[in-house]
Design a protein around this ligand. Structure first.
Ligand SMILES: *[C@@H]1O[C@H](CO)[C@@H](O)[C@H](O)[C@H]1NC(C)=O
Length: 242
């Protein structure tokens, strides 16, 4: 109950306070600037959503835990997978933009999040003439991962309030700062430095980031599902007020 209470107190404070300085990174919005209000109120709500709000069924999204993510499998020659992965950082996301796309029933959410992934990796395959079979600790870290989620929604009107029922989503994500990857016993360094290793596999830069794609898929799916539950319970009208 505590978290929901804090959330409501902060939200209602935000609604009644025209000073807009409760949280330093919250922008001051004009009353009619819906994009600004949505973004500012989402920034207030985001850390609470990330922590989970059990009272309304919103699951925790920081940390996120994943099992058996296959990052790369090539014609059965190679398999690179993460039996266990924990991602942290969601509660420190900065909401860059949250708005309704005018001509479609869709919203766009852009967040910049620090991201720390820890877990284990397994790597098996044949490289050159060597049979490789390694496992160890896995770590990835970046200070800023930008994720853009576009989600279609349907407006629902219940008991005098407007809700956004999220339906489907698309996403795009990329690291905005260097991404450090550490595969204990195999490799350690910046994403750029993975290139020589990947060149051995005859891969280009684009493919290197695709190695991380299954992780990003997992994160985006998790974020979408969480927001879907949240907006099922919290009327969007609350995001459109001071
Ligand atoms: C992950 O893989 C292991 C080993 O193959 C298996 O025992 C486990 O049930 C899998 N977990 C999930 C969630 O699929």
């Amino acid at each position: 109950m505590t978290k929901m209470y804090i959330f409501l107190v902060i939200l209602s404070f935000a609604l009644h306070c025209s000073c807009n300085t409760i949280v330093p990174f919250i922008k001051a919005c004009n009353l009619n600037d819906e994009d600004c209000l949505l973004t500012a109120n989402m920034q207030i709500a985001y850390p609470y959503i990330a922590d989970g709000i059990p009272e309304i069924g919103v699951p925790r999204m920081d940390p996120m835990n994943f099992e058996n993510i296959t990052m790369w499998a090539e014609q059965n020659n190679f398999r690179f997978m993460l039996p266990y992965l924990q991602i942290r950082g969601g509660r420190r996301c900065r909401v860059v933009e949250f708005r309704q796309l005018r001509d479609q029933s869709a919203i766009k959410l852009i967040v910049d999040c620090p991201m720390i992934g820890t877990g284990t990796y397994k790597f098996n395959g044949k490289m050159l003439i060597f049979d490789i079979d390694k496992e160890g600790d896995f770590r990835m870290q970046t200070n800023s991962m930008r994720t853009t989620i576009t989600a279609k929604f349907e407006k629902v009107f219940i008991n005098g309030k407007n809700y956004w029922k999220l339906l489907t989503y698309e996403f795009f994500s990329e690291p905005r700062e260097s991404m450090n990857i550490d595969l204990a016993g195999l490799f350690s360094g910046d994403l750029e430095q993975v290139q020589p290793m990947m060149n051995v596999f005859n891969k280009d830069m684009t493919t290197i980031w695709q190695v991380g794609e299954p992780i990003e898929n997992g994160i985006a799916k998790n974020v979408f599902n969480t927001l879907k539950i949240f907006f099922n319970r919290v009327p969007i009208d609350e995001f459109l007020q001071h």
